[in-house]
Design a protein around this ligand. Structure first.
Ligand SMILES: [Zn+2]
Ligand SMILES: [Zn+2]
Length: 364
């Protein structure tokens, strides 16, 4: 069938919205009418070339929609089901899935990220970000890439569970392992970081210090549960020292748009003894040198962790997060600053770069 999608043809180019051919769902695949997709910074890493991805590429890895058709062998969902789309789909039986690390499923390797090619445009095959390609009216994905949800959940908020909410929430709850009374600092309070703020709040944190250079994001962080919001890492360091008798933060979560390895030491310095630093930000792949006082790191028994999907187990956590949303414990509507049409995608990313959005969402 024919549909419309936003394609990236080359590094540094704009998204091109055009007609594409979409394959029929094959064995184990489903066709999904996409209703909403978030404008995540990760897709922009493909544009800048910070993150190597196959090109040309239909972007988008944060979406929700309705199953339209299913291929042979599909058993988990049926046409008409409302679903959240997920990248890194767990197989359920590999070593990592079996030990509760399904976000690191060995059969959904990020090495093959975007390897499936359901789209065709200008006579050539086009890859799909995260094997999803949600910057399209309609897409074809593995049935493992969908999690069924209740029909009471609006698509625009559901789409954010595909990346921003899970990645940010999990950074605080599962990776930093925030406990009641912990002091937490979140550096970068955009669409992902602000969910670390509300994750820390739900986990019972004492101080939650949000750091962002953008006034709107500091304001929003306070609405989402931050106890303090400051504009720089230096201010956060002073504030933590004063308010913790020098014990500093139990957890620091780095979620700025693009990570900078040369500044990692300053982030780790915000934590005290046995503190954990979670690096959510994706840094340029070419950047490999970290500036960190390793002796102090060792002698204060600190922890440094990466972040894939917030360490969440999607089949447990997406229903859990939706329940928290229904009860009013999780703010999702408030994450969406502005909605766009697919044709306005480049405007949406320009707004993201200008710091205007907590999250921009494309609605179809
Ligand atoms: Zn994302
Ligand atoms: Zn697995």
């Amino acid at each position: 069938m024919s549909t419309r999608a936003a394609i990236l043809w080359g590094i540094g180019e704009k998204w091109s919205v055009e007609d594409v051919e979409l394959a029929e769902p094959g064995f184990g695949q489903v066709r999904v009418k996409v209703h909403a997709t978030g404008l995540c910074h990760s897709d922009d890493h493909a544009v800048t070339g910070d993150m190597p991805t196959p090109l040309p590429l239909v972007g988008g890895h944060e979406g929700a929609g309705v199953v339209e058709a299913v291929g042979p062998g599909v058993t988990r969902v049926a046409p008409g089901d409302h679903v959240v789309l997920i990248f890194q789909p767990p197989c359920g039986y590999c070593r990592n899935c079996a030990r509760g690390r399904s976000n690191l499923c060995l059969n959904a390797s990020l090495q093959d990220y975007g390897a499936s090619k359901p789209f065709k445009a200008r006579g050539q095959e086009v890859a799909a970000t995260g094997d999803l390609g949600t910057f399209a009216d309609v897409t074809v994905v593995s049935e493992r890439c969908v999690v069924k949800m209740g029909k009471d959940i609006p698509f625009n908020v559901a789409s954010l569970l595909g990346c921003a909410v899970t990645t940010g929430w999990g950074a605080a709850v599962y990776l930093a392992e925030v406990e009641p009374g912990d002091n937490v600092v979140v550096i970068g309070s955009g669409g992902v970081g602000i969910n670390s703020v509300q994750g820390a709040k739900n986990a019972g944190a004492n101080l939650i210090v949000a750091v962002d250079t953008v006034e709107l994001k500091r304001q929003k962080a306070l609405e989402f549960g931050a106890t303090h919001a400051v504009a720089s890492v230096e201010e956060a360091k002073e504030l933590l020292a004063e308010n913790t008798d020098g014990r500093m933060a139990d957890a620091a979560i780095l979620s700025v748009g693009v990570g900078d390895a040369s500044k990692l030491g300053q982030i780790v310095d915000l934590t005290g003894p046995a503190g954990t630093t979670v690096v959510t930000s994706v840094s340029p792949f070419a950047s490999t040198t970290v500036d960190l006082n390793l002796a102090l790191f060792t002698l204060s028994q600190k922890t440094l962790r990466g972040n894939v999907y917030g360490g969440v187990q999607v089949h447990r956590d997406i229903p859990l997060l939706l329940d928290l949303y229904r009860q009013g414990h999780l703010k999702l509507n408030e994450l969406i600053t502005r909605t766009y049409t697919l044709d306005q995608i480049n405007e949406g990313y320009a707004d993201m770069h200008a710091g205007k959005n907590i999250r921009g969402v494309i609605e179809f």
